[in-house]
Write a protein that binds this ligand. Structure first.
Ligand SMILES: [Zn+2]
Length: 343
């Protein structure tokens, strides 16, 4: 049983038409379907080639030639189509739609505590102070003893301390850094010491187990209370506004003598009385005093040659007042919605 070349010719023409039609339909996703259907080893062209065996010897050369032409033609058309598809893809990949709106980048912002801290630092830099940092894990000597807190002195009860062992603790104030600075450097010195401090207190809207302070120290020859007052008033007016009024009250700290606290008129109610200032019209903003002779003694500075003052303030309290927030915990929850409002 042999196949006539006439029948084969008809089948070749049909396959040509079929392939030409389907090649138009090719998109990126069905390239492989077409290739398998027509050009693979078991594809439709291969099936026609199989029929060559059944063609009579005299017609075989012509039949072979026709089949080869068919295969070459479909292969060429297919490859051309592939090339067009690839080119289109490259063009669409590189296409830039200049009419699309831009994608806005979300920017982070400084935490309110950092903002307050940096503003305070800037004011003191303007008055010739340098910034110094010290360790948060401290020993008893730097945190207490050298600052004139004798062992078993009731003053130690003023601060609830996180002790790591009998001698090592988390510093309860940045005042400890002034001892480290005085050990490392000789007077005159004019430094501020910002940082994080820890107290073992019950967490509430008014207190947290950690917070931030800025301490300052000025040691030189013949430094007086007038210099202290001038520095604090200058700071307060730059930070809270030149229209504020202030008052200075006697106070007690183990490491200063005499000691004082400074109040300013409430900047929220302008001194008329509000919830924040507990209707007194005044806000307490910092503690200060002339450095106690025992502090000089503990670091080997001659108290007859040098003297100076120290001051310190809490950052959280100032930040809460300025932001009009009444819960310190909000500063530590890192709720992005709140931070965005305060940014
Ligand atoms: Zn007020």
């Amino acid at each position: 049983m042999s196949v006539s070349i006439q029948i084969l010719k008809v089948e070749i023409e049909e396959l040509k038409k079929k392939a030409a039609h389907q090649i138009k339909e090719i998109v990126f996703d069905n390239v492989e379907t077409f290739r398998i259907k027509f050009l693979s080893r078991k594809g439709e062209i291969a099936i026609l080639f199989e029929k060559l065996k059944e063609i009579s010897v005299s017609e075989k050369p012509e039949a072979g030639k026709l089949l080869n032409e068919l295969r070459n033609q479909i292969t060429a058309t297919f490859e051309k189509k592939l090339e067009t598809l690839n080119q289109a893809k490259t063009e669409s990949d590189n296409f830039v739609d200049v009419s699309l709106p831009g994608r806005t980048q979300k920017l982070g912002s400084l935490h309110p505590i950092s903002q307050t801290m940096m503003e305070i630092e800037k004011i003191f830099y303007g008055m010739g102070f340098n910034s110094v940092v010290g360790p948060e894990i401290e020993d008893d000597f730097h945190n207490f003893t050298a600052l004139n807190f004798p062992k078993n002195h009731p003053a130690r009860d003023m601060q609830d301390t996180f002790f790591i062992n009998e001698d090592i603790l988390l510093r309860t104030h940045t005042t400890s850094v002034q001892i480290r600075a005085m050990e490392l450097d000789k007077p005159p010195m004019r430094i501020i010491m910002p940082g994080r401090v820890y107290r073992n207190e019950a967490i509430s809207s008014r207190s947290y187990c950690l917070f931030h302070q800025v301490d300052g120290v000025y040691i030189d020859k013949k430094v007086s209370m007038a210099d202290l007052k001038g520095t604090l008033v200058s700071f307060a007016k730059q930070f809270y506004g030149s229209s504020i009024k202030y008052k200075i009250r006697p106070s007690y700290f183990p490491f200063t003598e005499p000691s004082l606290e400074m109040d300013i008129t409430c900047f929220l109610c302008k001194g008329n009385g509000c919830k924040i200032c507990k209707h007194s019209g005044w806000l307490e903003i910092l503690g200060a005093g002339m450095i106690h002779p025992n502090v000089y003694k503990s670091v080997g500075i001659n108290k007859n040659e040098w003297n100076g003052f120290a001051f310190g303030m809490g950052i959280e309290r100032i930040t809460l007042l300025r932001m009009g927030i009444d819960d310190i915990r909000m500063l530590y929850e890192n709720d992005v919605r709140m931070l965005q409002q305060l940014a």
